[in-house]
Ligand binder design. Structure first.
Ligand SMILES: Nc1nc2c(c(=O)[nH]1)N[C@H]1C(S)=C(S)[C@@H](COP(=O)(O)O)O[C@H]1N2
Ligand SMILES: [Mo]
Length: 311
């Protein structure tokens, strides 16, 4: 494989998936995929291969879910609240051109366009467990890099304690927004040390390809030791702050969803157990692991914190 320095990587380095690999998906990607030198047609980034991805050691030793599982069973309320709806409805989202505005308590506020995001750090493939608070889970080969790479570029001020994230909210691109039943834009937040943790992934792709819209194109978060809703999709804004940022699910129902939302089999949701989960594609439930199995890496972030109180 041709290896190039990250600085040489361009968003336009993405190449179309070869026709014979999966004709149906290629057709879904549409005619834009025929022009390898152009940006993919906005709504059709799915099926577009990402070049120069390095394999990461962050790889769980479990069977991966299928591309089908990961891209047809989704939560993206802006495009419908049923699991099958985002895959059907998110084609109205335009993931290009795209910008993420990064500011707040930083010394070097900066706006990143997609090209800059794609080449900011070497793109890695990381196979993570991802567990939804609704007790289903999935193992996905994500593509991206540690969010810390981006945060370091804006140089957080010493009084910055939290990072707030915001999803795009555009009624034209999200015509079903009124059915979401949550306040929009979707917002999320992390403590700064959580955001700087190497496991916290800024993701631009999965299964070797750019993120399909329903998975949060063109750039989303994956925080594998927390419930899936912390993995905010289609990010347009990142703000460093000294105050606990509002988070969508906490704002919707504070009793049921906390700020931390670490995967914790000993703290049940008020309406169901968090002790077990169903891996998509499997018949029998499996035990949910503390911090979703990432205890060795993240437990030290929470020494002295009462995880029942700070759920
Ligand atoms: N903007 C936005 N981000 C979101 C959501 C959403 O509804 N809107 N759902 C969250 C939830 S509940 C989960 S479980 C994950 C699902 O990610 P996936 O569809 O890629 O598996 O996205 C999270 N990010
Ligand atoms: Mo979720």
């Amino acid at each position: 494989m041709l290896i190039r320095k990250p600085a040489d990587l361009r968003y336009s380095d993405v190449t179309p998936r070869q026709l014979y690999v999966n004709r149906r998906r290629f057709l879904a990607a549409g005619s834009a995929a025929l022009g390898a030198w152009t940006l993919p047609t906005p709504a059709k980034a799915a099926g577009v291969k990402i070049a120069n991805v390095v394999k990461s050691n962050y790889k769980v030793d479990e069977k991966m879910n299928s591309y089908e599982d990961a891209t047809t069973y989704n939560n993206y309320y802006e495009f419908g609240t049923d699991k099958a709806e985002p895959a059907r409805n998110a084609n109205t989202l335009k993931p290009s051109p795209w910008q993420i505005v990064v500011g707040g308590l930083v010394n070097k506020p900066k706006t990143f366009d997609l090209d800059a995001i794609m080449k900011l750090a070497p793109l890695e493939e990381r196979v993570y467990r991802h567990r939804c608070v609704e007790a289903w889970s999935i193992v996905v080969p994500w593509i991206g890099y540690s969010l810390a790479n981006l945060l370091k570029q804006v140089d957080p001020k010493s009084n910055a304690k939290y990072v707030a994230f915001e999803t795009l909210f555009d009624r034209k691109q999200m015509p079903l927004w009124g059915r979401a039943g949550i306040e929009l834009p979707y917002v999320e937040g992390l403590r700064l040390d959580e955001a700087m943790h190497p496991l916290t992934l800024l993701s631009v792709g999965l299964y070797g390809e750019m993120l399909p819209n329903q998975n949060g194109a063109p750039v989303r978060l994956v925080v594998p030791w927390k419930y899936g809703f912390k993995g905010i999709k289609s990010i347009v804004k990142i703000t460093l702050t000294d105050e606990l940022p509002p988070t969508t699910w906490h704002a919707t129902n504070a009793r049921e969803y906390g700020f931390y939302s670490n995967v914790n089999p000993t703290v049940d949701h008020p309406r169901w157990s968090q002790g077990t989960e169903r891996r998509l594609g499997e018949l029998f439930k499996r035990k949910t692991l503390m911090f979703n199995g990432y205890t060795d890496q993240v437990a030290s972030l929470y020494t002295g914190l009462d995880l029942k109180k700070f759920y």
